[in-house]
Ligand binder design. Structure first.
Ligand code: ARG
Length: 461
């Protein structure tokens, strides 16, 4: 038997391989709730426009509710022969309510249906991601408040650069997450237009009300061009782009956690809840969650690349290639969601080793810039000269295997006679961070104020 949804002009059923390559139900079954919501809105609109009768619309609505609960309870059999979610739902509807089911597809096509369903789905993803990022920010902000004055080494080139505070470092990720959220919120605004009623590609001759279905489904307005409505997947690409950037942020913090937890560094300890052991080496505490966050980033970026490649060069309007838009995207979104939640968990319970952090912060002549700044401030030296003098002092200290504050004053004065003992006041890591009071700097009082401002901002949302 040929396909009962579109088989009128066919006499043979599809080859098994045809069915295999064509079927999408394993993926688009995840759109069932959106598909049913869109169908309900469409049916109600058809009735209010006098295109179908109120009693047909009522039966369609009731039937769709039944299907929703059947699927919800796991009592629905998805049939591969029915290709996709749209035809699975419609076919079940016709079993439930008979011929009225066939009226639901008036003035629409699977092309506008799938575009609508996927927009609704991605909109939910955007909202869930925003909430997950808000929780991630809250976790970071709480730890930043606690560690506004905890000194750690700041790095450039992964070489000790200048002391910073752990709170400051954590707040850097709060800012990144805020921009990520901004990108997702922007994407949501552009996504939130309804393709429903674009039909196959050209619109329809029926007097439909696209504004009504748009409103019913929470869209801001119907999409203005029927060809565009069924043809573009830029809303997925844009969301995956924002997701990729966000995943890169997660991955950078994950990588830092991997470095910080290495016994070579030992600046933080992850909780047992976010650590795994080794089956052979009993001593091991592996940061698997952080490593997997790092790896999940590849999944997200891969999903973006995959869909960009599917979409490039497709002529308007709908092409079956576009059926391949969902699987990678859904997997990418799931990977990001897990990554954010895992990072949130790790941040909540990681324990910094404050003594180690402070010691590490003082290593590698990290307060050399403070010494140079002191020469500029106190002796009115040009910064370039101060940089040179400080370099010579560092070399001298290094020669003796001493830290800067351990180098006898006499030795410093041999290099620059005007140096006084006051200089010792700027060489500790605490005085270094305390002095960084410029806007956005790492001074503990800045960090505490920033963290408090974030607490308020997150509470207000
Ligand atoms: N399963 C299809 C997809 O996901 C639905 C649209 C099919 N439309 C068509 N004319 N074959 O893209």
């Amino acid at each position: 038997m040929s396909n009962k949804m579109w088989g009128g002009r066919f006499s043979e059923r599809p080859d098994e391989i045809m069915e295999e390559i064509n079927v999408s139900i394993d993926v688009d079954r995840h759109l069932f709730a959106q598909d049913i919501a869109a169908s309900k809105a469409h049916a109600a609109m058809l009735a209010s426009q006098g295109i179908i009768t109120a009693s047909d619309a009522k039966n369609i609505g009731k039937g769709l509710d039944t299907i929703l609960s059947e699927i919800g309870k796991g009592g629905f059999t998805f049939k591969r022969a029915l290709e996709d979610i749209h035809m699975n739902v419609e076919s079940r509807l016709s079993e439930l309510i008979g011929p009225a089911a066939g009226r639901l597809h008036t003035a629409r096509s699977r092309n506008d249906q799938v575009a609508t369903d996927f927009r609704l789905y991605v909109r939910d993803v955007l909202d869930e991601t925003d909430a997950a990022l808000a929780a991630f920010q809250a976790a970071l902000v709480n730890r930043a408040l606690e560690h506004a004055a905890t000194v750690m080494p700041g790095f450039t080139h992964l070489q000790t650069a200048q002391p910073v505070t752990f709170g400051h470092h954590l707040l850097a990720y709060v800012e990144m997450a805020a921009r990520d959220r901004g990108r997702f919120q922007d994407a949501r605004k552009r996504l939130n237009e309804s393709p429903l009623g674009a039909a196959a590609l050209a619109g329809t001759s029926f007097p439909i009300d696209r504004h009504a279905t748009a409103k019913e489904l929470g869209f801001d307005r119907p999409m203005a061009n029927s060809l565009d409505a069924v043809s573009d997947r830029d809303f997925v690409l844009e969301t995956l782009s924002a997701a990729s950037i966000c995943a890169v942020h997660m991955s950078r913090l994950a990588e830092e956690i991997v470095i910080w937890t290495s016994p070579l560094v030992g600046m933080i300890r992850l909780s047992d809840k976010f650590t795994t052991g080794s089956s052979i080496m009993p001593q091991k505490r592996n940061p698997d969650a952080a490593e997997l966050v790092r790896a999940k980033t590849g999944r997200v970026i891969g999903a973006l690349n995959g869909l960009l490649i599917v979409m490039k060069g497709l002529p308007l309007a709908y092409q079956k290639d576009m059926q391949e838009d969902k699987q990678g995207a859904m997997e990418g979104f799931a990977a990001l969601s897990l990554a954010i939640r895992a990072m949130t968990g790790m941040v909540r319970d990681l324990e910094p080793d404050e003594a180690k952090m402070k010691a590490a912060a003082g290593e590698g002549y990290s307060t050399a810039t403070d010494l140079a700044d002191w020469l500029v401030r106190t002796l009115k030296m040009p910064f370039r000269d101060a940089h040179h003098v400080t370099g010579r002092i560092v070399a001298k200290a290094a020669e003796g295997g001493l830290a800067l504050h351990e180098l006898p004053l006499k030795e410093m004065q041999a290099i620059e006679p005007k140096i006084t003992k006051d200089v010792l006041g700027v060489l500790s890591v605490e005085s270094s961070v305390k002095s960084r009071t410029s806007f956005g700097g790492t001074a503990p009082k800045n960090v505490a104020a920033q963290a408090k401002a974030w607490v308020k901002r997150l509470e207000k949302e």
